[in-house]
Design a protein. Structure first.
Length: 260
């Protein structure tokens, strides 16, 4: 039986590219995001399009997530991989960001991701097999300008999935946390401002970032090697190592970096 990958955030960016590269390898894809029309459009572009499943999903409202997971299992028989790519970024200073914006980002990036994980986990436990991939960020390794809520949500993912990795080793369930840096995706367009409205600008850091197809190639290589964590990007990912070994220099350099 062919392997099944459930991908959130499948309508754009890293999620969309994962759908393309994994389907090209023969994998069956469950495409999830809020925009059902875009998901169907992407599905039609994939090899053997009829074998893939569109499952609309709003990570901000996961009250029916267990029903969705059961439908996927009933339809395809299994879920071998879950790629958590869905999420929202931020472009506002902490002091001016309404608390409702902090809560929304945390609901989508953290609680929505956790909800789907907990819905799929029993099926993986029963099969003693599975691999869960959480797309964090280098902002999950250190805070940065205009990203207080976003960075907090990504830090939370690290705590959850590192714990899950230890707990589920007995069930042969693997966990990989991916920390992309500057990647050429439209993430800045939908990033939330202080009032909760979309930023609507393609930031320079995204425009000049690593091509998304290269990012996904590196991610899939890390998953194949069962890596617990992988940093993906260009020179910006060196900041993680710098913070660990030369923290004083790190803070001096990071303070001079452009927020966008």
């Amino acid at each position: 039986m062919k392997q099944v990958a459930w991908i959130t955030g499948a309508s754009s960016g890293i999620g969309e590219e994962l759908c393309k590269q994994l389907s090209a390898k023969g994998m069956t894809i469950v495409l999830s995001a809020r925009n059902e029309e875009k998901l169907h459009e992407l599905r039609r572009q994939l090899p053997d399009s009829e074998k893939h499943l569109v499952m609309p999903l709003d990570l901000e409202n996961t009250s029916d997530i267990n029903d969705k997971a059961k439908y996927v299992i009933d339809s395809l028989g299994q879920v071998d991989f879950v790629y958590h790519c869905g999420g929202l970024s931020q472009r506002a200073e902490a002091w001016e960001t309404g608390l409702e914006v902090d809560r929304r980002i945390m609901e989508i990036n953290y609680f929505g991701t956790v909800a789907l994980t907990k819905a799929v986990l029993p099926y993986m436990q029963a099969r003693k097999s599975g691999h869960i991939i959480a797309i964090s960020s280098i902002a999950g390794k250190f805070g940065f300008y205009l990203r207080s809520a976003y960075s907090a949500s990504k830090h939370a993912l690290h705590g959850f999935f590192e714990s899950l990795s230890l707990e589920e080793a007995k069930n042969n369930i693997k966990v990989t946390i991916a920390c992309p840096g500057k990647i050429n995706t439209p993430i800045s367009l939908s990033a939330l401002g202080k009032d909760g409205k979309s930023h609507g600008v393609m930031d320079h850091n995204q425009e000049t970032g690593m091509p998304v197809d290269e990012c996904v190639r590196q991610l899939l290589k890390a998953v194949d090697r069962n890596k617990r964590e992988v940093l993906i990007g260009n020179k910006e990912i060196k900041a993680v190592t710098l913070k660990r070994f030369l923290p004083k220099l790190f803070w001096k350099i990071i303070a001079k970096q452009s927020a966008t």
